[in-house]
Design a protein around this ligand. Sequence first.
Ligand code: UD1
Ligand code: CA
Length: 458
Amino acid sequence: MTNRYAIILAAGQGTRMKSKLYKVLHPVMGRPMVQHVMDQLEALDLEKVVTVVGCGAEKVKEQLGERSLYALQEQQLGTGHAVQQTEALLANKKGTTLVVCGDTPLLTKETLAKLFDQHQKTNAKVTVLTTIMDDPSGYGRVIRNKSGDVEKIIEQKDATPDQRLITEINTGTYCFDNQFLFDALTLVTNNNAQGEYYLPDVIEIAKMKDEKVTAYQTSDSNETIGINDRVALAEAEKIMKQRINKQHMRNGVTIVDPDQTYITPSVEIAADVVIEPGTIIRGVTKIGSQTIIGPNSEIEDCQIGEETKITHSVVHQSKIGSHVNIGPFAHIRPNSEINNEVKVGNFVEVKKSSIDIGSKVSHLSYIGDAEIQKGVNVGCGTITVNYDGENKYKTTIKDGAFIGCNSNLIAPLTIGRGAFVAAGSTINKDVPDEALSIARAKQMNKADYAKKFNKLSK
Ligand code: UD1
Ligand code: CA
């Protein structure tokens, strides 16, 4: 038993976001803020995590699922009142309770672990995580007495002009002796500028009762920003982007321009991968060694092999093998499987199709609902005609077939092994193995006929 608990405050509307989406669900690098907080807590070996929900309760619960227990705060009467709602789940526990806000997504487990440790080592009833902010506006200020001990927190709206000059801020993160916390909360009032029950008032109550209060000041103020509006959201995005990129670079990935590269937290990249500028890699994506992605590519939920090259292209929910060449300007849509040594070239769209080893679709083609087997050459401008306005049909092109340029393959259709389709054909019947199929109007040449229009001959 660690006797360590945590509460995430996530019941607020987030009025300053001016959004229909509840604040803690706004994504930072593609992941809702509250999930980032949860990710860090999960690494801390806690007995229980309770999330206080209110505005958008169902949505927040749906997001975190069974990762947390929940307490409902029906009316948002302040952060102190929010913590009180967890009473039924936590009040009689002996131990330490960490309180974090759902809108501080950059906090790390390392800092939280240090906060726990300092709190327990000093035997304090309250330990508040503070930092120095160049611009402290909007935050609660930490008021210390002459000997440097924390006396109380004053919210911006309640602060005097002098107090507003203080740059040490309350990060909204605390460790409390659990039983003390719930006793002290009964003494918090809403006699302040916002008419709310403030959680930080517990500090002043502890001091009045001669209980020990300490502060743990972190030097990394980037970790503690609270996201109240879209300006802070963009700042958080930038900080998290840098943090993720640095980690990949330390693991041996070359990121040519880290400011222009967006990689979400769940992406795995092997050493010696090169990411060129303007690239976005999201979701559950895994990239094998020596692959080059970018410039200007978007990859989402993909498995990508080794020594593959994807340039100026969009690839979603697909599997890409090794030694594959994609782009420039290709679009691989969901549920596609591109096997080793395949080439998908300029202006090619592939949808829900498989392309097997060594096949080439090099230029200007649409491949939808198709199975292209090994060693097939699909000529420029080929279209699998997969949709009749109501249903979608499959095209199969067997091993070693050769499809001439500008062919329409009207599905359902099978092109046999080693078959040839002549350029410009519209094929709507199966082609047997090794047959040549031509389906186009026969050419007719009329001698001297052009002389009538041709200026050259006048
Ligand atoms: C709070 C702190 C402030 C600190 C800052 C750090 C208080 C009174 N102020 O201010 O000292 O500097 O965080 O970021 O605590 N919430 C609820 N129920 C409520 C009110 C809020 O669950 O009734 C949740 C919100 O969803 C949010 C968190 O508590 O996740 C903090 O609330 P917010 O309104 O953002 O507080 P700040 O004004 O930022
Ligand atoms: Ca906040």
